[in-house]
Design a protein around this ligand. Sequence first.
Ligand code: URA
Length: 218
Amino acid sequence: MGDHRVSVVNEVYPSYLLSILRDKNTPLNVFRETMREAGRVLAVRIMNDQDYTIEHVETPLGTASYKRPKHYDDIVIVGILRAALPLVEGMLEVYRKARVGFVGAKRVEDSSREGKEFDVVMNYYNIPPISRESLVIIADPMLATASTMIRVLNLLKPKLDSDVEVVVASVIAAQFGIEKLLTIHPYIRLYTIAVDPILNDKGYIVPGLGDAGDRSFG
Ligand code: URA
């Protein structure tokens, strides 16, 4: 994937975490803990890619410089219920001051549809204030058809200043969903641990990890 808007976070540690998430025998509690850790790892990577200022801190013995991430005080994380809950929790361990919003959205899996398009029902939407300095991170572990993410961005984007940075964080993204998302919302950046090749007829990513909500919560 040569697109500069897509960062595949596939170093050894995230790749190892993903192997636990993919394993069909991983029990629910371990799955949830690992998803939380994946959120922490993605948040660190997103932070490392942000602009920063050089600041100074007084130690007991002198002064030291450090890199302060530009957006640290003004982050809004939006989680798509319910699968994103542990991912958001992990991100909050890094972005401790983040404001958090949630969107309840569900694909209508039996709607009459063509190809890989799904209707999306959105039944809850609660987003905290977003300023022009905010970094907005939308978290959803599985970017499959991208139908839900596109719906969320369709609602969110008109309310944002044009220069607000918007990042999508997922654990596995399907090539199909990435291309569709970046075509319809070309200003976003995507962070994902893996890009999987196949989207099956039910809109599941293959090999993927199954249903992320079910695997975290039963
Ligand atoms: N949502 C999931 O939880 N898993 C998929 O494979 C696709 C969408």
